[in-house]
Design a protein around this ligand. Structure first.
Ligand code: BGC
Ligand code: BGC
Length: 833
């Protein structure tokens, strides 16, 4: 039957089926004209760009696409699918209950709970009219610096495999409730494979195939260097679970699979015929469809976002080409015409797409708005289930003196930025892509921790101060501090190679709030109970030491308030079942302790995989080491020790470095090579001319007008491993004449390819220099490393930025080994406003 349909389709219709456009970039009329097979909405993309879009607004658009697809003029009328990132509930939709992110579900160790959540999620997705959820993420996360750590269930593939099956079964809800009449048209031919029953939920997506959780240094979209056995036994396990449960779609991962030493050179998985066709569709027997990730084909060598023979030939069936879908269609038709992509490959892709649509019961299905429970806003809300999940996923890490659970009848001080913040408790992929830009008003259903505490102990007993400034903790029976990471998604959340896992260095205000409530006299004052929201385990020894009890609550979603029911005794003063969560990720004992995974030798975590206290466990956590890595991680031990100066600007640019200026209109303007010329930035905020500093014509005079931001910097096309200069106690050294003292603050940076950078404040330093007098400035490289520069990949060894008026002549710019130890070197802590 599928073969017969495919044979009646034109090439344009076939390529249309393979095309997935984003809802902001395609109208229903275009869906009809181009025979589009599917659409998606990206994170933070809603109908009419309305964050508060109602179910009926979602359904109106879904119906419009549906009707348009069926009104197309092809011989075969193929229904359209709409995919959505429903990754912790229907998480992009206003009014939906958001469940804990996967990292928390991992701690619950309960596939049945996961199945129920996935089933509820499918219901939520049907409310707004989509057919396809881009979930579950099956990454087995091996380096918690990765910004998507929270999207993985665990570092242990066994959990991921079991949950994958449960999640897919729950979302697809296939063939269950036989007796129930779902009210859909029955009796349609379901295609060649009658063993797959019509879905009563939505299609699931096993993503991202394969190896996303195993990239080096936890880099998003990075390189997985694993041998094939690890790829299969660790990163591949979730796919066995998902495929076994009937997953019909697999999303391809942004990462590469490359290891020169092992002779593995697959590169981007989007271009790997071996992984997509030979392994997934061949060895693993997957007969559903593969979908590329957001512009993922553009990252394949030799490809662009809309033209990629290699990805087509690798075996990708549906192409997520959000904006440039028209060019994709044109180019793909050309590639078939030129023979670069065989027609048989197109037919295979379309066969798979139609097969999935048949199995999902889309042929002959009713319009999205007519499928149960479409439009029922009440079906977006699953509070009880979410509350159960929140409680099951919280892990009790410390409970000295068994302070938890607290008595109800006492005055409670609540502090911390996370206590009254849906944004902090829901994290990324919540209404918006990054989870940023949300206020409490954006979450009409749910409960913050503060609200939960008020519900349990009564308003009159609760005092709240987010910063804890000016409060007297001794007036209270107990303090509850709710702290944590602020939202992020994907690579934005990467910690990177050199920044640390130390929470206090990334979020100093959390530690400051704790310091305000902790009693200076140990053993006196109220106990401090800390609830920690995070998308990953973090190095929190300082916070642990300041807390009598400490709960890792991960990113619990909209019902975080139900944590209050765990923190307090019940109304009759009983202890109750309490905490049951067990870590599904190992917890670090030091700021640079990553990767850290169960089974490593040696394995020396602070809290091992599987750790989690129960209410009755009597375990005392002794004071912990609070050492913080002074210059970040991975900054030493590589690159040897430099012995010679690194010239940057010495009587001219020292290749490969070249000076540029920039301002908002254009951040990168190369200096005019003519020494007599003046170079001015696009909006005139900064200009540069040749000048004399130590000798004739050796320097550049930089003038900031004070009319807006401007920067001057030296950059190379390639990055260099300059750790040897750090190892050698090097400093950035330059001869400087201040012509006009800085009116605003002066920042200096060393960049490791923006936005990787380390910035210091040199305002005080340059204000202290006598105007008109040449002086040598030495800034230890360690100051930049501590501020975030990854010295292994430096491309910009010098940068000055200011917004106010300032004039500076500079010459002889170098990195000099040993100069940080000179008595006239600037101390890092003198680099302040
Ligand atoms: C993410 C996917 C997501 C897709 C659509 C990508 O950037 O990697 O997980 O499904 O965007 O929003
Ligand atoms: C979209 C996300 C997508 C991301 C990829 C964003 O603009 O909203 O869905 O994952 O781009 O870079």
């Amino acid at each position: 039957m599928v073969a017969a349909m495919v044979s009646r389709m034109t090439l344009a219709e076939k390529v249309g089926q393979m095309t997935q456009a984003e809802i902001q970039s395609i109208t229903p009329a275009e869906v009809r004209q181009y025979h589009i097979g599917s659409v998606l909405n990206g994170g933070g993309s809603w109908p009419n760009n309305d964050k508060h879009a109602t179910p009926s607004a979602w359904l109106a658009l879904a119906d419009a696409y549906w009707d348009a697809a069926l009104a197309a003029d092809g011989a075969v009328k193929v229904p359209i699918m709409w995919g959505i990132d429903a990754v912790h509930g229907n998480s992009n939709v206003f009014g939906a209950t958001l469940f804990p992110h996967n990292i928390g579900l991992g701690a619950a160790r309960d596939p049945c709970l996961v199945r129920r959540i996935a089933r509820a999620t499918a219901e939520q997705v049907r409310v707004t009219g989509q057919d396809w959820a881009f979930a579950p993420t099956l990454a087995v996360v091996r380096d918690d610096r990765w910004g998507r750590t929270y999207e993985g269930f665990s570092e242990n593939p066994a959990i991921t495999r079991a949950y994958a099956a449960a999640y897919v079964a729950g979302l697809q809800n296939a063939g269950e409730d036989e007796g129930e009449d779902e009210g859909e048209d029955e009796g349609e031919d379901e295609g060649e494979d009658r063993s797959v029953r019509r879905l009563r939920g939505v299609l699931a997506t096993a993503k991202h195939f394969i190896g996303d959780g195993g990239t080096a240094e936890g880099r998003d979209q990075g390189v997985n260097p694993s041998p094939e056995a690890i790829l299969r036994e660790v990163h591949g396990q979730g796919y066995f679970g998902a495929l076994g449960a009937g997953a019909q779609t697999v999303m391809i991962s942004f990462n590469s699979w490359t290891n020169e030493q092992l002779g593995i050179r697959e590169g981007k998985v989007h271009g790997s015929r071996y992984l997509v066709t030979d392994v997934l569709k061949g060895k693993m027997g997957f007969d559903g469809l593969t979908v590329s990730d957001w512009n993922g084909i553009g990252q394949v060598a030799g490809c662009s976002n809309f033209r990629c023979a290699r990805a087509l030939n690798a075996g990708i069936d549906v192409f997520m080409v959000p904006a440039e879908w028209r060019q994709f269609i044109e180019n793909t038709i050309q590639l078939v015409g030129s023979g670069e992509v065989p027609m048989s490959r197109i037919d295979d892709a379309v066969t798979r797409i139609l097969r999935v649509k048949l199995r999902a019961g889309l042929f002959g299905a009713r319009r999205p708005s007519e499928r149960r429970p479409a439009g029922d806003a009440g079906a977006l809300v699953h509070r009880e289930l979410a509350r159960e999940a929140v409680q099951r996923s919280a892990v009790l890490l410390k409970n000295n003196g068994n302070v938890l659970p607290l008595a109800r009848n006492q005055k409670i001080l609540v502090v911390g930025k996370g206590a009254d913040s849906f944004s902090v408790q829901t994290g990324g992929w919540s209404l918006s892509w990054q989870g940023t830009g949300n206020t409490n008003a954006d979450f009409p259903t749910g409960e913050t921790v503060l609200a939960g505490i008020r519900r349990v102990v009564g308003d009159a007993n609760v005092t709240f101060s987010a910063t804890a400034q000016g409060v007297d903790p001794t007036q209270f029976g107990a303090v509850i501090a709710v702290i944590g990471e602020t939202p992020y998604a994907e690579g934005v959340g990467d910690i990177g190679r050199t920044r640390t896992l130390e929470h206090a260095s990334r979020y100093p205000s959390d530690l400051a709030a704790l310091n305000r409530v902790v009693n200076p006299v140990p053993g006196q004052g109220p106990p401090v109970v800390t609830i920690f929201f995070s998308g990953r385990p973090a190095y929190v020894n300082k916070e642990l030491n300041r807390s009598n009890a400490f709960i890792a609550a991960f990113l619990p979603g909209t019902e975080a308030g139900s944590l209050a029911d765990l923190v307090f005794r019940d109304a009759r003063g009983r202890i109750g079942r309490g905490f049951t969560g067990k870590l599904s990720y190992s917890w670090p004992a030091a700021g640079c302790q990553t990767p850290l995974n169960v089974g490593d030798t040696p394995y020396d975590p602070l809290f091992a995989y599987g750790f989690g206290l129960g209410n009755r466990d009597q375990v005392t956590l002794r004071p912990l080491d609070e050492t913080s890595p002074a210059i970040g991680c991975g900054q030493t031990g590589g690159g040897g020790t430099a012995t010679q100066d690194l010239d940057i600007y010495v009587r001219g640019d020292a290749p490969p470095y070249q000076l540029y200026i920039g301002s908002p209109a254009n951040w990168s303007v190369a200096l005019n090579p003519d020494p007599s010329a003046v170079t001015t930035s696009a909006d005139g905020n900064i200009s540069v001319q040749t000048t004399d500093v130590a000798v004739q014509g050796d320097g550049r005079k930089v003038t900031w007008t004070g009319t807006g931001p401007g920067q001057i910097y030296s950059q190379s096309q390639a990055t260099a491993d300059l750790r040897g200069y750090l190892n050698a106690r090097g400093a950035l050294v330059l001869d400087a004449i201040v012509g006009q003292s800085p009116a605003g603050s002066v920042k200096m940076r060393v960049d490791c390819v923006w936005p990787c950078l380390g910035e210091v404040d040199a305002t005080r330093l340059f204000r202290s220099l006598t105007t008109g007098v040449r002086q040598t400035v030495k800034i230890p490289l360690q100051c930049f490393a501590a501020a975030g520069t990854d010295m292994a990949i430096v491309n910009t060894p010098l940068l000055f930025y200011t917004e106010g008026a300032f004039q500076l002549s500079l010459a002889n710019v170098r990195w000099v080994p040993g100069a940080a130890a000179d008595p006239d070197a600037t101390a890092c802590d003198a680099l302040v406003p």
